[in-house]
Design a protein. Sequence first.
Length: 242
Amino acid sequence: MSLLSIDGVWKEFRGHSVLRGIDLEVRPHEVVSLIGASGSGKSTLLRCVNLLETVDDGAIYLDGEEITDPRVDVDDVRRRLGIVFQAFNLFPHMTVLDNITLAPRRVHGVAKAEAEEQAGELLARFGLADKARSYPDQLSGGQQQRVAIVRALATKPRLMLLDEVTSALDPVLVVEVLQVIRELKESGMTMILATHEMGFCRDISDTVCFLEGGVMLEKGPPEKIFTDPEHAHTREFLRAVL
Ligand code: ADP
Ligand code: MG
């Protein structure tokens, strides 16, 4: 059974269709990458899954429950998803520890001591134990993005959505963030990532999806997509970016 099922999703903005009948199944522990040119609809698709956008047609199911049903409890759905964006969205006036424990305490009703203990374990796991009392502006971009990932993990999500999480980083800082994602995969986390890191994508993905103009032109295992794609446009895109 799929953990996430996207079934014929359409989305338009001001009469312009940016998602055109997207289908995607994500199984537990699977890592699915979305690749495609800027504007192809990767972020919009992730935002639809997180209910930051409403779909115009089609449906999305999480653990078999239709989350695009208008009667759904949006907070309950978001509780089961962790999302990390390109720009670090840490709260600048809060310490790392407070950033991470905010959602578990406020949204999930976890006691302060327990939330801080769990946050401490996560920070240690990702080599950030000594940063708990730091403020975001005291950290490097890579450290901030690692904290943002830890913060998304603190609510124990079923599925992580990572939207170009390394795009705003200096190349030397990209590696440490990719290492965190690699570790998440090893721990069995289910993930969908929009990425421009093609080498990493090929390495870490179980399934790669190529989007063009809101259409999922092709999807398959990385060996197939990167070496023998079905579609000429996939080949052209990869030739341009690799
Ligand atoms: P990607 O993440 O692949 O770069 P996006 O999902 O951000 O692509 O964008 C897909 C298309 O949707 C683009 O043409 C973009 O301009 C448009 N778009 C995205 N969000 C909005 C919005 N809130 N209002 C209008 N157009 C949007
Ligand atoms: Mg995007």
